[in-house]
Design a protein around this ligand. Structure first.
Ligand code: NDP
Ligand code: 2IT
Length: 445
C-alpha cells in the first residue's frame, strides 16, 4: 500500500474494531489507489478516501418474530447506506446466521465500486439479518420478512434506497417483503425493490443475470487472451442463484461444468452437471446438493469436500466470502486452471489472489465479474419507471453489452495505470474514479 494511504487505513481499522471482512475489502481497494492519489492531489485534499470509507448512514434494528410453535425469536436487522454520490443506495439483503455489521459493511463498500462500474445511476448499500432460513417453514420465513419490513420500510424508496436479494433472499422473500411494504405504505411502488417476481413488476433476466454476467465476463477475459470457453472444464462453488445460472450459461457456451457445491459438500459429475436436475433439487425442492448425486448415476457426493480439488480450466466461486484459499489456489494452478471469475462477493482470499496473479491466471474480481446482477436490477428499475417490460433477448443483450463495457474499462484502466492485465487494479481504480468525481462535484457533503 502507498505510504500516504497507510495511516488512513490504520485509522479505518481503529475506528471499526473487529470488522475483519470490512478491513479486508477496504485494504484491497486502497492497495490499488496509490497512483490515483499521486495523479489527483485534490482527492487527498478533500479526503475522498476517508469519506468513501465511512458509511453515510447505518441502521440497525430489532426483528422479533414467532415460530410455528409460538416461541419468540429476536434477530438483528441492518441496512447500511454506504454512498449515494451516483444514485440512491442500491444493493441486496442477506439472510444468513453469519451476518453482522462488518459483513454488511464489506458488502456495502464493494457495492459502491461495483455499481459505479456498471455505468448506471446507482449508489452503494447493503443490508440483511442474522436470521437463518434453513429448516424454517414458509410461514416462519414470511413472518420474519414482514417483521423485518415493518422497520425497514421507513428507510427505503425509489429515490432513497432500493434493496434486492443476496444469500438467503430470492424472489420468494422479496414477494413477502414487497407485500408488507405495499400494505404499510398504501402505495404500489414497484421500483422500491428489485428482483421481483415477473407477475408483480419483476424483469426478465434478473434471476439469471448475476450468473450469466459472470460467464460473459469470463468470455471477455478469455477473448483478451485469444481463447474461449468452448470445450473448457469448469468448476463452480455454491448451488444457489448465482451458481445455477453461471452453470447454465457456461454450458450454453460450450463448456462442461463438472462440479458444484453447497455448505455440506460438493458433487462431482464428470458427465457434466445436468441443469434440469440441479434446478429441481435446489430451486423447486430446496434440498441439499447430495440429493443431486442420489439421482444421477454419473455423480458422486463428497461430504465436507473442497470443490477446488476437482481439476478445471475455469473456476467460478459463487458461494460466499473467503471460500477460496491460498491452498485452493495452488491446487487450481497445479491442475491447469487458466481463469477465475468471482460470481460471489470477495470469495478469494488476498493470498489466493496473489497466487493467481503470480501464475498469470486471468482473474476477474467480484465487483466487476458479478456486477451483472445489480446492473440488471437497474434495468428493472428503468422498466418500472416507464411501466414497460422488455423481452428476454433484448434484456440479455443489454446485460452482455454492460459486461463487455465493464471488462473493457477495467482492462483499459489497468493498462493506463501501468498494471496491464490486472483487473483487480483496473476495477478498483475505474470504480473509485467515477465516484470520486461525483463527490468532488458535490462539495463537502
Ligand atoms: P443463494 O442463497 O442463492 O446461494 C448461496 C449458495 O452459497 C448456496 O449454495 C449456499 O449453500 C452457499 N453458501 C452460502 N454461505 C455459505 C457458507 N458460509 N459456506 C459454504 N457455502 C455457503 O445466494 P446467491 O447465489 O444469491 O449468492 C451467492 C454469492 O453471490 C454471495 O456472495 C452474494 O453476495 C453474491 N452475489 C449475489 C448476487 C445476486 O444477484 N443474488 C449478485 C452479486 C453477487 P447452503 O445452501 O448450504 O448455505
Ligand atoms: O451483491 C450484489 O450485487 C447483489 N446482491 C445484487 C444487488 C442488487 O441490487 O441487485
Amino acid at each position: 500500500m502507498d505510504e500516504k494511504l497507510e495511516p488512513i487505513f490504520d485509522d479505518i481499522v481503529r475506528r471499526n474494531p473487529g470488522e475483519q471482512e470490512f478491513h479486508q475489502a477496504v485494504r484491497e481497494v486502497l492497495e490499488s489507489l496509490g497512483p490515483v492519489i499521486a495523479k489527483h492531489p485534490e482527492y487527498a485534499e478533500r479526503k475522498i478516501i476517508q469519506r468513501i470509507s465511512e458509511p453515510e448512514r447505518q441502521i440497525i434494528f430489532r426483528v422479533p418474530w414467532q415460530d410455528d410453535s409460538g416461541e419468540v425469536h429476536i434477530n438483528r436487522g441492518m441496512r447500511v447506506g454506504f454512498n449515494s454520490a451516483l444514485g440512491p443506495y442500491k444493493g441486496g439483503l442477506r439472510f444468513h446466521p453469519s451476518v453482522n455489521l462488518g459483513i454488511v459493511k464489506f458488502l456495502g463498500f464493494e457495492q459502491i465500486f461495483k455499481n459505479a462500474l456498471t455505468g448506471m445511476p446507482i449508489g452503494g448499500g447493503k443490508g440483511g439479518a442474522n436470521f437463518d432460513p434453513k429448516g424454517r417453514s414458509d410461514d416462519e420465513i414470511m413472518r420474519f420478512c414482514q417483521s423485518f419490513m415493518l422497520e425497514l420500510y421507513r428507510h427505503i424508496g425509489e429515490y432513497t434506497d432500493i434493496p434486492a436479494g443476496d444469500i438467503g433472499v430470492g424472489s420468494r422473500e422479496l414477494g413477502w417483503l414487497f407485500g408488507q411494504y405495499k400494505r404499510i405504505t398504501n402505495r404500489y411502488e414497484s421500483a422500491t425493490l428489485t428482483g421481483k417476481g415477473l407477475e408483480w413488476g419483476g424483469a426478465l433476466v434478473r434471476r439469471e443475470a448475476t450468473g450469466y454476467g459472470t460467464v460473459f465476463f469470463v468470455e471477455e477475459m478469455l477473448a483478451a487472451r485469444g481463447t474461449s470457453l468452448d470445450g473448457r472444464t469448469v468448476v463452480v462453488s455454491g448451488s444457489g442463484n448465482v451458481a445455477i445460472y453461471a452453470i447454465q450459461k457456461a454450458v450454453a457456451r460450450g463448456a462442461k461444468v463438472v462440479a458444484c457445491s453447497d455448505s455440506s459438500g460438493f458433487v462431482h459429475d464428470p458427465d457434466g452437471i445436468e441443469f434440469e436436475l440441479l434446478t429441481q433439487v435446489k430451486e423447486v425442492e430446496r434440498a441439499r446438493i447430495s440429493a443431486y448425486a442420489e439421482r444421477r448415476p454419473s455423480a458422486r457426493f463428497v461430504p465436507q469436500g473442497v470443490v477446488w480439488d476437482i481439476p478445471c480450466h475455469v473456476a467460478l466461486p459463487c458461494a460466499t466470502q473467503n471460500e477460496l484459499t491460498r491452498r485452493d489456489a495452488i491446487t487450481l494452478v497445479e491442475n491447469g486452471c487458466i481463469a477465475v471469475a468471482e460470481g460471489a462477493n470477495m470469495p478469494t482470499t488476498p493470498d489466493a489472489v496473489r497466487v493467481f496473479e503470480e501464475a498469470g491466471v486471468a482473474f476477474g474480481p467480484g465487483k466487476a465479474a458479478n456486477a451483472g446482477g445489480v446492473a440488471t436490477s437497474a434495468l428493472e428499475m428503468q422498466q418500472n419507471a416507464s411501466r414497460d417490460s422488455w423481452s428476454f433477448e433484448f434484456t440479455e443483450g443489454r446485460l452482455a453489452e454492460i459486461m463487455k463495457s465493464i471488462h473493457d474499462v477495467c482492462h483499459e484502466t489497468a493498462d493506463k495505470y501501468g498494471a496491464p492485465g490486472n483487473l483487480v487494479r483496473g476495477a478498483n481504480i475505474a470504480g473509485f474514479e467515477r465516484v470520486a468525481r461525483a463527490m468532488v462535484a458535490f462539495g463537502l457533503v
